[in-house]
Design a protein around this ligand. Sequence first.
Ligand code: FAD
Length: 380
Amino acid sequence: MSFALGDEQEAIREMARNFAAEHLAPYAVEWDRNKIFPLETMRAAAALGMGGIYVGETLGGSGLSRLDAALIIEALATGCPTIAAYISIHNMVAGMIDRYGDEAQRHKYLPDLCSMARFASYCLTEPAAGSDAAALRTKAVRDGDEYVVNGVKQFISGAGEAEVYAVMVRTGEAGARGISTLIIEKDMPGVSFGANEYKMGWNAQPTRQVILEDVRVPVANRLGPEGIGFKIAMAGLDGGRINIAAASLGGAQTALDKAIAYLGERRAFGQNIGQFQALQFRVADMATELEAARLLLWRAACALDAKAPDATKLCAMAKRFVTDVGFDVANRALQLLGGYGYLADYGIEKIVRDLRVHQILEGTNEIMRVIIARGLLTPQ
Ligand SMILES: Cc1cc2nc3c(=O)[nH]c(=O)nc-3n(C[C@H](O)[C@H](O)[C@H](O)COP(=O)(O)OP(=O)(O)OC[C@H]3O[C@@H](n4cnc5c(N)ncnc54)[C@H](O)[C@@H]3O)c2cc1C
């Protein structure tokens, strides 16, 4: 077992870190304050291969692994966790189309998604179906070679800006087996959007309802056969959870780095505050916890790459642990800056606000415990 990254992985990480330092970090506070979704910046990331990280190379993707994706998303999040997280969601949809789409669908959508000429959103949650996603009610009724779709999707990241929506709909019986996945486009008649939600963090990406009223969607836009939509949605989330965790790690690492720098500058009681052993111990603990979180994250990403039977359980463990540690470390970093930590210009309060939602979305951390416990208690 080697914990060292290969030369190519180091290069990928370096490339994403440099991009984050140059194109994300200097603007992150302004994007948050003014609710700017930086489309052109993300297209610049896509030009470096970050729009289709695990899509095959023939259709414009980078053909990389889940571990590579985790390295990229962590690195991007050192500049802005919100943009890193949206890029992860976009990649999740591209990955779903690559894995479950037919040739026509892959050729139609993937080149534009990989270049981010078009942006993607993932639509599972509904107003009355969040954690219990298999209870979703958005209905797709077959009419010849089209489905007529009616329903509302809630909390959709990128909605209104994205052109391509992977929408989980009910085509059959109640429960998970009656769900299918349709690719719905923004300009299809009957598609509209709710207001951009006013929220605690993640302000650099819009969150809106997607409202579907008698939308006629060609059957040719269904991913895979009818009835496997829930499986497709959950398969996408395994990798999504790795990335959301990676985004927490990158944000928390930046918060810690800022706090360490501050300990060397700020003076109190005649010395740098970094000379107080109580604070030295605090950063020692924070760095140790982030390193432990990183190891679990890499372990889960490698399990997913290897298609290990316990990959889903490990992804849930990593999502739960890393997002909890990430939020906690960022929050403790804020404390180390005293009152300045609370000011937007210092960049840490935004990270704390951004990382809070990682404990909630792509499955709450309570649902991660449900998945882990199921993996432990169900006889193999
Ligand atoms: C900013 C933001 C962006 C989002 N982006 C997207 C997106 O792009 N696409 C998308 O589909 N969704 C998205 N979501 C939705 C997100 O995934 C859901 O909010 C999340 O899954 C929880 O669902 P809920 O909010 O309905 O909470 P509920 O399911 O109502 O849960 C309420 C509480 O009950 C707990 N709970 C529920 N069931 C159990 C159980 N069995 N055991 C123990 N505790 C339980 C939950 O953990 C939670 O604490 C986003 C959410 C936010 C806030």
